[in-house]
Design a protein around this ligand. Structure first.
Ligand code: C2E
Ligand code: MG
Ligand code: MG
Ligand code: MG
Length: 284
């Protein structure tokens, strides 16, 4: 109405469809846990120095009865707005800890936390409980948080992170470079690792500036005693640049796509006849 007569008529049908879609989506999301429609897929992470698998990132998928497999970017924001992320996030932590027991002992499992989960503080008991129930060594669990969670730099968030660290888990700053966090956060929050956002990583071959940014972040991290992961490695060239920049770890489609746990375990039991290392064969 405020935008003048007529405007409402133009937008009403679209708006109504949007709201209906949202209401339906919200109702579906409310039932998704009970109907066991969530799934975790696991993407491998490799250590650059040893060229060995060192962990997996657990990534959430929603197997919607009509829409099929939905990526988190399409429903996590709604889950956050409605508060449903608390229960979904609890399921993620518990499932990932249970799955970690089936994965190789030396592999860590990384779980993404929403800033909403962090702010509630309940996450500390959730993580402690999941570790205990699965008798999982806390050092095998990594919690990925985003700069948004640090932005407020509230005492409360700091306390929650400190209590999580107290459990022995590792705290990782995800998508580094895309948010508003300041470099001092790296020290203040005593982070264990930063993940350099794939937008920098993927620009590296074309843009010398991006390479400079990745080198600077990695160098800074190293001097602070913090590990670094280059995300979204899609080509051999990006892998090589990440290596030269001194990244500790690499992750991306070039090294392995996210797969259901059953596939990950099957691939480990039955490696391909001629295993092709994404790092190339150094023996020849
Ligand atoms: P993220 O934590 O930065 O995860 C990496 C995303 O990049 C994943 O998308 C992954 O599939 C994708 N990716 C990995 N390698 C490549 C590559 O080489 N190229 C490209 N183009 N993409 C690659 P996904 O699974 O769609 O997840 C998107 C985001 O959703 C995640 O970003 C994370 O922020 C969030 N998310 C995922 N799982 C959860 C969860 O369990 N809880 C919460 N709160 N958020 C989650
Ligand atoms: Mg992540
Ligand atoms: Mg990321
Ligand atoms: Mg992301």
């Amino acid at each position: 109405k405020g935008r003048g007569r007529g405007t409402l008529c133009v937008f009403a049908p679209e708006m109504e469809a949007y709201l209906r879609g949202r209401i339906q989506m919200e109702a579906d999301l409310r039932d998704a846990l009970a109907w066991q429609q969530f799934e975790l897929v696991y993407q491998p992470i490799y250590a650059l120095a040893s060229e060995q698998l060192c962990g997996f990132e657990a990534l959430l998928r929603w197997n919607h009865p009509r829409l099929g497999l939905i990526n988190p970017v399409a429903f996590v924001p709604l889950a956050e707005e409605t508060g449903l992320i608390a229960d979904i996030g609890t399921w993620v932590v518990r499932q990932a800890c249970a799955d970690a027991r089936l994965l190789p002992q030396h592999a860590r499992v990384a779980v993404n936390l929403s800033p909403v989960q962090l702010a509630s503080g309940r996450i500390v008991e959730v993580v402690a409980g999941a570790l205990r129930e699965n008798r999982l060594d806390a050092a095998r669990l990594e919690l990925e948080i985003t700069e948004t969670a640090l932005f407020a730099e509230s005492q409360r968030n700091r306390d929650v992170l400190q209590r999580l660290k107290g459990l022995g888990v590792r705290i990782v700053l995800d998508d580094f470079g895309t948010g508003y966090s300041s470099l001092s956060h790296l020290r203040v929050f005593s982070l264990d690792k930063i993940k350099i956002d794939r937008s920098f990583v993927q620009d590296m071959s074309a843009q010398p500036d991006s390479t400079a940014i990745v080198e600077a972040i990695t160098g800074l991290a190293r001097r602070l005693g913090i590990a670094s992961t280059a995300e979204g490695i899609e080509t051999a060239e990006q892998l090589e640049i990440a290596r030269r920049a001194g990244c500790t770890e690499v992750q991306g489609h070039y090294l392995g796509r996210p797969l259901p746990l059953s596939r990950v375990l099957a691939d480990m039991r039955a490696p391909p006849l001629a295993p092709a290392s994404p790092f190339g064969d150094h023996t020849t």
